[in-house]
Design a binder for this molecule. Structure first.
Ligand code: PMP
Length: 413
């Protein structure tokens, strides 16, 4: 008999139904299980608890907004003060000229919004044949229709039948491969290129030096919209607000989610440049017939505003920058372990330790994850690696605990 009725995303319920890990409480960079044991949240939950857990000012902001106006939609001409204020704040922070902000309820919905917006932009510009969407091998762009179709992790596409046509992948680290793909398909048929600044769920791959700058330039040369998927990289994670600034990128669209509320309430969205917004905003007859019930939800927006206040006041992007080296060094110290194949990271508070083929074949990855958890640290399996992405309020001492738990876990293998 199963001990649960909760169907867990991405899980093999056959295995999970009788062995779950129940989280009941969290504070700062720490979480607690149902037996009262505490663990360092080495992954900031699912890459999102940027300001850490239990921040009362976000709770209070959401509660105050709920008492005033818990929710109302923003379709057509309806609006509300928190949604307005948040859109303006994000537009001002974004490294994009003439930015306009479209809200969704998460990252996957933001991806579908950006992909549909790209296609409709070209349609509105008299080029409806520009529909093709390019993305990268290993990419993760969520699990909605478009996101599933443009994702680069094969297992996430298997068994779903025919996905959205006119999409294809290029190798994740080779700018020239993008150029060749554009030449083969024909730029006049391509709407957009989607890229995560640092690839997250596909295995934690920081960009090769010069890669992002090169692909951004190739997109400009071929008049292809460049969409940065900053769902993980935004809101301080790699040292800046929108996760693209350190490479000097000015994308046509940026998708965001996660850190925008640090997960206190679900929110995502798209920042569109003035160029992309122009046909919809400056010319009559182009409504964007797209949007979900909870777009512009005022309580969610109020929580996001309080979260941004904390990120700003505590200078968390700069903090991530300062802690980048200690985290990378803690993981690099494991590189010579005989169970370790590679250490990746060095870009903000993101890192991964990949295990050797022998250890992987022997089922070492889930065993190591569990062992490290028993040692009191949460890490996350991604392909052949275990990833870390702690809250941006993590201390150097706590980063040390992550390194120590890894070492002890690896030794136990
Ligand atoms: N894009 C990226 C880069 C992501 O990492 C994720 C989620 N991990 C998504 C999109 C999808 O976001 P959500 O799970 O909120 O739909």
């Amino acid at each position: 008999m199963s001990s649960t009725d909760l169907w867990h995303p991405f899980a093999d319920m056959h295995d999970v139904k009788n062995s779950q890990f129940c989280v009941t409480k969290a504070e700062g960079s720490w979480i607690y299980d149902d037996a009262g044991r505490r663990y360092l949240d080495g992954t900031a939950s699912l890459w999102y608890a940027n300001v850490g857990h239990g921040r009362n000012e976000i709770v209070e902001a959401a509660a105050a907004q709920m008492r005033e106006l818990e929710s109302y939609f923003v379709f057509n001409d309806f609006t509300n003060p928190p949604a307005e204020k948040l859109a303006t704040r994000l537009a001002e922070l974004a490294p994009v000229e003439g930015a306009k902000v479209f809200f969704t309820t998460g990252g996957g919905e933001a991806i579908d919004t950006a992909a549909k917006l790209a296609r409709q932009y070209w349609s509105a510009r008299g080029k409806p044949e520009r529909t093709h969407i390019l993305s990268r091998g290993n990419a993760y762009h969520g699990t909605n229709g478009m996101g599933t179709s443009i994702g680069g992790i094969d297992a996430n596409q298997a068994g779903f039948g025919r996905l959205v046509p006119e999409t294809s992948r290029v190798p994740h680290d080779d700018a020239e491969a993008l150029r060749s793909a554009i030449e083969t398909i024909g730029a006049e048929k391509i709407a957009a290129f989607f890229a995560e600044p640092v690839m997250g769920a596909g295995g934690l791959y920081p960009p090769e030096p010069g890669y992002l700058e090169a692909v951004a330039k190739i997109c400009v040369e071929h008049d292809i919209l460049f969409v940065a998927d900053s769902v993980i990289c935004g809101f301080g994670r790699v040292g800046s607000w929108f996760g693209v600034e350190r490479w000097g990128l000015q994308p046509d669209m940026i998708t965001f989610a996660k850190g925008v509320t640090s997960g206190y309430l679900p929110l995502g969205g798209v920042v569109a440049s003035g160029r992309v917004a122009a046909p919809f905003w400056d010319e009559p007859g182009h409504p964007f017939r797209h949007g979900a019930t909870y777009s512009g939800h005022p309580t969610v927006a109020a929580a996001a505003l309080a979260n941004l206040d904390i990120i700003e006041r505590e200078q968390l992007p700069a903090r991530a920058d300062a802690l980048e080296k200690p985290l990378h060094e803690a993981l690099l110290s494991l590189a010579d372990h005989r169970a370790v194949a590679e250490v990746r990271g060095g870009v903000g508070l993101l890192g991964a330790v990949e295990l050797t083929p022998e250890v992987l074949d022997d089922g070492g990855l889930p065993r190591l994850q569990k062992k490290i958890r028993e040692l009191g640290v949460i890490v996350r399996p991604l392909g052949k690696a275990l990833a870390v992405s702690p809250p941006l309020i993590v201390t150097e001492e706590e980063i040390g605990l992550i390194g120590e738990a890894f070492r002890e876990g690896l030794d136990a293998l």
